[in-house]
Structure formats: C-alpha cells, structure tokens
Design a binder for this molecule. Structure first.
Ligand SMILES: [Zn+2]
Length: 169
C-alpha cells in the first residue's frame, strides 16, 4: 500500500469537514465558548484579589454571562474576538475557506449577542464586554483597572477595548 498523497489527505479532510453539519458546529463552538479559558481566569483572579465576589456562567441569565456580580447588578462577558467578531479587530478576520458559511455564521453570532445585551438590559443588569485582545499582556492591567472602575461607577454598559489603537493588534 502506498502512502496517501498530500492531495488525498486534503480531500479526505475536506469530506470530513463537510460532514459536520452547522448544528454540530454550533455545539462545538458552544463547547469552546463555555470552557474555562485563560483570559477568563485572569479576569476572575484580578477581581477576586480586589475583594469582588461573583458567580460563574449563570445559566439562568440570557447568554450565560461568564461572571455575575449580583451586588453590583453587573454581568461580565469575556468574548473571543474571532467567534464574536470584534468590530475592527484583526483577530476577527474571515476564514479563507467557505467564506459565505462563516459570514452567515458570524452574522448570527453578532445578532445573538445583540439580543442577549438587550434582554439583560431589560432585566436591569449592567453589562461589560471584555474582548480578548484587551487582555493581551501589554493591555491586561489597564483593562482590568478599567473594569474595576466600571463596576464601581454604576454605568450601564462598558466595552474594552474601546480605543482605535487596539484595532491594530
Ligand atoms: Zn479584538
């Protein structure tokens, strides 16, 4: 038996990819989303150190926010720039393969996130979105300080990063 050529492997790989239906893909993405990620741990430990107490992944709230601080009427989402399509961020590029599938998929993700924000607002929650690019090493301390200030401020909505300079990451 001869070794499979690169092309063969490519075709096999492609067939396997095609077999995954969109529903299965969403399940996979949901799994990725709910996993304890490093950026999430950074946020948790920073807040914990400063005496904030919170619940994790509150399933009863719209979008299962990553952190819930009841005392502050606040929820925090730590969003991956790719899956949640951080506007203007380099990490939010469209994959080269099956661009139409991905742009539809991403449009759904973004619409879903908007709906969740609205539902939380209606329920009286304050919402902070931390984009993962804002948690890169050189920005992390600033981001976490801003988050703490926001928690104490009582402002309704907060998104980090909000500055153009972050778009070049
Ligand atoms: Zn980003």
């Amino acid at each position: 038996m001869t070794e499979a050529s690169h092309d063969d492997l490519h075709h096999i790989g492609k067939r396997m990819t095609d077999r995954i239906d969109p529903a299965a893909r969403s399940r996979t993405m949901a799994a990725i989303r709910s996993k304890d990620t490093k950026p999430e741990k950074w946020v948790r430990s920073a807040l914990h150190q400063q005496g904030f107490r919170f619940r994790l992944h509150a399933k009863k709230l719209p979008g299962s926010p990553d952190l819930v601080l009841r005392k502050y009427h606040a929820v925090i989402f730590i969003n991956g720039c790719f899956w949640h399509q951080h506007d203007g961020c380099k990490a939010a590029h469209l994959p080269k393969t099956r661009p139409e599938f991905w742009s539809r998929k991403f449009a759904c993700n973004v619409a879903r996130d908007q709906k969740i924000l609205y539902q939380l607002k209606v329920l009286g929650w304050r919402v902070a979105i931390i984009w993962e690019c804002g948690l890169k090493k050189k920005h992390r301390d600033t981001t976490l300080q801003q988050l703490v200030s926001w928690l104490q401020s009582g402002a309704e909505y907060f998104e980090i990063p909000v500055y153009d300079e972050f778009s070049d990451l």
